[in-house]
Design a protein around this ligand. Structure first.
Ligand code: ADP
Length: 232
């Protein structure tokens, strides 16, 4: 497995207020898989994603990404892991308002050892004709495309998406999911999509379901369908 999660526990609060939000998570994702993580609000999806993303500290257990054991990294090494290995996509796009589409995407390649050409990305993302626009001149879907471009510019091995279509309408959501599918095909990027939209599971290679901080389902999807054929 490329990503291995072993008996992960995570607590918030202290003393009488201490709550166990992840209660012994064991799971894994193979290289180049699209993994969809489902579960109701509060089930621990974002917390798990933040642990994989090196944003929050692990309380118990191990997370391995390739040969990297996250629990053993110093703060500086963790920052390098995030810079070299990961791309992040969020529900809200967090673009830099005074940079153009092209400049926002370029900013994601900063300090990367193996960046993807920005012109190639603009083409893949369907943003060529918008490259000189500023975020406030773009639709939500175009802003999310730009954010995806920025996350991809450094050619990350692992793309972490937290509700990437949460703020988008049906058609635009499908466009963005098709784009993630295309990226997975083209760059073999391992992609984790956290969502509460059940329909998205059908495009995944692997589906996990969380409830109350535990994995209640983890299975390989043997009947994948194309993102463009998803319906909800
Ligand atoms: P999901 O992404 O599935 O909606 P989260 O991972 O955001 O779930 O949250 C899991 C649980 O952890 C929730 O009960 C939430 O209230 C709690 N939680 C998340 N972040 C914090 C925090 N920083 N401090 C305290 N509790 C938190």
């Amino acid at each position: 497995m490329y990503l291995q999660i072993e008996n992960i526990k995570k607590y918030y609060g202290q003393g009488d207020n201490k709550v166990e939000v992840l209660r012994g998570i064991n799971c894994g994702v193979e290289k180049s898989e699209i993994c969809v993580m489902l579960g109701p609000s509060g089930s621990g999806k974002s917390t798990l994603l933040n642990l994989i993303g090196g944003i929050e500290s692990i309380d118990e257990g191990d997370i391995l990404v390739g040969d990297t054991d996250l629990g053993k990294l110093s703060r500086k090494e963790l920052a390098l892991y995030r810079r070299n290995t990961l791309g992040f996509i969020f529900q809200f796009y967090h673009l830099v308002p005074n940079l153009t589409v092209k400049e926002n995407i370029e900013s994601g390649a900063y300090l990367s050892k193996k960046p993807i050409s920005v012109d190639e990305l603009l083409k893949t993302l369907g943003l060529e004709e918008h490259k000189d626009k500023y975020p406030n001149q773009l639709s939500g879907g175009q802003q999310q495309r730009t954010a995806i471009g920025r996350a991809l510019a450094k050619n990350p091995s692992l793309l972490l998406c937290d509700e990437p279509t949460g703020a988008l309408d049906y058609k635009t959501s499908k466009d963005i999911l098709e784009l993630l599918e295309k990226i997975n095909d083209k760059y073999k990027t391992t992609i984790i999509i956290v969502t509460h939209n059940d329909a998205i599971k059908n495009m995944a290679h692997r589906v996990m379901r969380l409830r109350d901080g535990q994995i209640i389902k983890n299975k390989v999807n043997t009947s994948r369908i194309k993102a463009k054929d998803l319906e909800w």
